[in-house]
Ligand binder design. Structure first.
Ligand SMILES: O=C(O)C1CCN(c2ccc(-c3cc(CO)ccc3Cl)cn2)CC1
Length: 326
């Protein structure tokens, strides 16, 4: 069914923090970080916010497509680091761009959020012909990382990316080909963030806030290697496509070794079909796939008609893969 990405965009904070910068403030090294993760630098908010990054992306998408805010029907933001629980980041963006006809809501699916969002947007469009939506992945994780925990502080970055999508007939004729979204909640304790303590006068348990991100790295790493190939294969089956039909595997940039391992498990060469930009941004969670997609389009690497596999994985634990014809 028609599902055309009319524009892509990204917005990252101005401040760059290098591995050497981190080695100045914690017991780590450029050598360790580069070798174990592939990360060399990451962008970190100073005066930007999650909402300002997401709004920046939204404004770029409208400018690139000459779509007016009033034409927008849906605004979905995938994030786990919004500036507020209420209002949603999507509603804040809606207000900032004055998309007065749009409904707006956030998706909380951690690093699978953008893929979940593509599927949800497609489902919304299935019952709303001739509609247009903004899907943005946006994170300001630097405010929620434990900067004293070197095992996680070196992994993450801030940023936002997004797409303007329509199911209106157009000369692009993009297609939604298939998807596979899964959750493994029993393993959710492996990757947590943002626990707010219950302080009501009626609370009967001892409840302490635990805001910082905590990760059982080896458990999540092994989960990803085991579950991501199956997620991609299931989405390809849904689309009646072979993996060899896919032009680009746009995978969540959590760790370079995971991308290599996923390619190997799918018996595919780790070549240009597995683009990597974790070296520049670190792990930007729900923004990760969108930032990589925007860069590949900007660099002219993705052509109209290319088959893309967009695959996210992480907190929940969750996996999510969507197959699209761009
Ligand atoms: O010792 C080593 O080599 C360590 C081993 C552990 N590593 C990990 C482990 C898990 C993740 C990760 C994180 C998220 C959260 O967005 C989602 C998905 C994944 Cl797979 C990233 N890195 C770093 C190198």
């Amino acid at each position: 069914s028609t599902f055309s990405i009319m524009a892509t965009a990204k917005a990252v904070p101005d401040k760059v923090v290098t591995n050497d910068d981190l080695a100045q403030i914690m017991d780590t090294s450029d050598e360790w970080i580069s070798r174990r993760t592939g990360i060399k630098r990451r962008h970190v908010v100073t005066d930007e916010t999650n909402t300002s990054l997401a709004t920046n992306v939204a404004k770029q998408l409208l400018a690139k497509t000459h779509v007016s805010p009033e034409e927008i029907d849906f605004i979905i933001v995938a994030t786990m680091s919004g500036d507020y629980m209420m209002p949603s980041t999507a509603a804040a963006v809606q207000g900032q761009i004055q998309a007065n006809r749009a409904m707006a809501f956030d998706i909380s699916a951690a690093c699978s959020g953008f893929s979940y969002g593509l599927d949800v947007m497609h489902s919304l469009m299935a019952t709303h012909p001739n509609s247009t939506g903004l899907l943005i992945g946006s994170e300001a994780l630097s405010k929620l990382i434990d900067w004293h925990d070197r095992t996680t502080a070196v992994l993450f970055g801030d940023g936002a990316g997004g797409v303007l999508v329509t199911n209106r007939d157009n000369d692009v004729n993009g297609q939604f080909l298939g998807s596979q979204l899964d959750a493994y909640g029993a393993d959710g304790d492996a990757l947590t963030m943002g626990h707010i303590a219950n302080q009501s006068p009626f609370v009967t348990v001892d409840d302490k806030a635990d805001l910082p991100l905590h990760m059982d790295g080896h458990r999540v790493f092994d989960f990803a290697i085991r579950k991501v190939p199956a997620s991609i294969q299931a989405a390809a089956d849904q689309a009646h496509l072979k993996l060899s039909d896919v032009d680009f595997f746009i995978l969540h940039q959590a760790n370079q070794r995971i991308v290599k391992s996923v390619a190997r498990k799918m018996k595919l060469p780790f070549d240009d079909r597995f683009p990597i930009n974790i070296d520049e941004y670190g792990n930007t969670s729900a923004a990760s796939e969108a930032i990589l997609l925007a860069e590949l389009v900007e660099d002219g690497k993705i052509k109209r008609g290319d088959i893309l596999a967009m695959s996210g994985f992480g907190g929940g634990l969750t996996t999510g893969t969507v197959l699209l014809k761009y």
